[in-house]
Write a protein that binds this ligand. Structure first.
Ligand code: ACO
Length: 328
């Protein structure tokens, strides 16, 4: 296993100002605040304004992370964006964020790992830093999930929100250390969570109306089951690989998909509920944005303290899943 001393120099986050509450959803589909809160823990989610796109959310989060790192945008050498809702297929969201940050001649690319996109970007960041020790990497998770949500389907539309989070990674300077990252996939289970319309296997002819496949489609119970099992397993694997145990973990910060999933992962981990970070009540599932958004918030509010060992974990379509260990 390769090791290097990667430091998180700065963190940032952004959520659109517009809020969609459960009461608002009650007016759109046959649902209730009681059902949504009981089944998911979500009370409200932030959604984009007209004319606001994934790259705008990612750019704002990046600016906050750069300010936190005390760095100018031009010092950045690489921009890696985890997203399944880029502004366009081409150019990539990372290229648009580069432009919106007012910089150029960097290395910028997107990663398609659904909700695990940010954890994947951390691993790509580490790899880049091993190849280019002087690199300064902007890892971003940014999503406008509501663009791919069918607001006539009550089984999915209550779950998601929009947002972004960002981290600046370097090999030097002050900040929490990124001790390790572990990733996994199982493409055999891909059909349980899909967004296929518009892809090369599900094309649209000019003038054709969009079909249900344009939107997120998921087998909720199956996804739930795999999410809990996979996140718990990969957290144990990364601890073992680093000679650590559950008892060493001060904060568990899982992907914010559903409060019951977060709770179940925490229980499997045998970690006290007050050590598990969650903001799902206010943001819903923001896919690749959820982990960095929550991490930035947890540091700023003092939930994560100096000296803490923090475990990040995520699970998403693909299936993809991963974990990361940070030492504050
Ligand atoms: N309001 C009211 N009733 C609803 C709603 C709603 N919004 N949605 C579903 N129901 C009904 C169903 O129709 C069903 O009714 P029935 O019993 O008459 O058939 C009943 O509630 C129970 O439905 P289930 O799907 O069995 O409910 P469940 O307890 O499994 O919860 C949920 C559904 C919340 C989707 C859960 O399975 C879950 O969170 N799964 C994980 C999904 C997820 O987070 N996916 C994203 C993963 S990350 C990524 O990559 C995007």
């Amino acid at each position: 296993m390769m090791k290097n001393n990667v430091v998180i120099r700065g963190l940032g986050r952004y959520a659109p100002e517009k809020v969609l509450t459960n009461a608002d959803l009650e007016k759109i589909v046959e649902t209730s605040d009681e059902w949504i809160v009981t089944r998911t823990g979500i009370k409200e989610r932030h959604i984009v304004e007209e004319g606001q796109f994934t790259s705008d959310l990612g750019t704002e989060a990046a600016k906050m992370a750069l300010a936190d790192a005390g760095m100018d945008a031009d010092e950045i050498t690489h921009i890696i964006v985890g997203t399944f809702t880029p502004d366009h297929l081409v150019p990539s969201c990372a290229c648009i964020i580069e432009k919106k940050l007012g910089i150029k001649n960097k290395v910028a690319f997107d990663i398609a790992a659904a909700c695990t996109g940010f954890i994947y970007s951390l691993e790509m960041g580490r790899a880049m830093l091993a190849l280019h020790p002087d690199a300064k990497i902007l890892c971003i998770g940014a999503e406008m999930v509501t663009h791919r949500v069918n607001f006539t389907d009550r089984t999915t539309c209550v779950l998601f929100g929009d947002g972004a989070g960002a981290a600046v990674l370097t090999n030097d300077g002050e900040g929490p250390e990124l001790l390790d990252v572990k990733l996994a996939t199982d493409g055999n289970l891909g059909s349980l969570l899909t967004v296929s319309g518009g892809g090369s296997a599900s094309t649209y002819k000019p003038g054709e109306t969009i079909r249900d496949d344009y939107f997120i489609q998921l087998q909720g119970r199956e996804v739930f089951k795999h999410a809990v099992r996979s996140m718990a397993t990969i957290c144990e694997e990364i601890l073992e690989a680093n000679g650590l145990t559950k008892k060493n973990v001060d904060v568990l910060l899982p992907h914010q998909a559903n409060w019951r999933i977060i709770d179940a992962v925490g229980r499997k981990f045998d970690i006290a509920p007050e050590k598990v970070y969650s903001n799902i009540d206010r943001f819903g599932n923001t896919s690749a944005a959820s982990v960095p958004l929550a991490l930035s918030e947890a540091v700023e509010t003092g939930f994560i303290k100096d000296g803490d060992l923090v475990m990040l974990t995520a699970f998403g379509g693909g299936f993809t899943w991963g974990s990361a260990l940070l030492k504050f």
